[in-house]
Design a protein around this ligand. Structure first.
Ligand SMILES: [Zn+2]
Length: 206
């Protein structure tokens, strides 16, 4: 008799455990915010014989959310980098702005070349030695795109980010532009004077 009760209570216990496991699985699987990957990781757990606890489900959901956030950040990062590298640089008025401070994308994807001395030049004979506006690369210099560099430091054709000024293309050179100096092209001679000399961190984007 004692044995029968023992056997019976064991069966009741097992049935209850099975019901509990089903209920917990149903709870876990029916949560609307569950994503397929979370379902996979949760449904994989019972194979080892254990029932996922609500803590395990919560941890799986948190891991998934973290992964999705990292993926979104990586995508935004590569989109920003692509636009820095591939977007055509249109004509714009060059001026220092904190809005153009080097952001995380520039800092981590670009190579910091150091703090450069910035001077400004226009297409006039006094600034440029010639007035045809042609750069060393053969392009017509344009404000917002053209900078003159030392090609030993920054290869011609490179995209260059100047902290506080934005993206430029190294397409010109100059007799006095050696090592850590950049001559920034502007349309007007008077604005070259107004800007005088500046210093900024410079990043080579590629
Ligand atoms: Zn000039």
């Amino acid at each position: 008799m004692h044995q029968i009760i023992k056997k019976y209570s064991r069966r009741v216990f097992l049935t209850m455990a099975a019901c509990l496991s089903l209920t917990m699985s149903a709870l876990a699987f029916d949560t609307p915010e569950n994503q397929p990957a979370a379902l996979l990781s949760v449904s994989a757990a019972p194979a080892s014989g254990s029932v996922p606890t609500s803590a395990a489900v919560f941890a799986a959901e948190q891991n998934l959310a973290k992964m999705q956030e990292q993926q979104a950040r990586a995508l935004a990062f590569s989109e920003q980098m692509n636009s820095l590298l591939n977007a055509p640089l249109s004509k714009r008025t060059v001026a220092f702005s904190s809005d153009l401070a080097a952001n995380d994308v520039v800092r981590s994807a670009g190579r910091r070349l150091g703090n450069f001395k910035l001077t400004f030049y226009c297409p006039c004979v006094r600034c440029n030695g010639r007035s045809d506006g042609l750069t060393r690369s053969g392009t017509i210099a344009q404000e917002g795109r053209t900078i003159a560099v030392d090609p030993k430091v920054i290869p011609l054709g490179s995209r260059v980010y100047i902290d506080g000024y934005g993206v430029f293309i190294a397409e010109d050179t100059g007799g006095a532009i050696k090592s850590q100096k950049i001559d920034v092209f502007l349309d007007s001679h008077s604005r070259c004077f107004e800007n005088g000399i500046a210093h900024a961190d410079v990043y080579l984007l590629g």
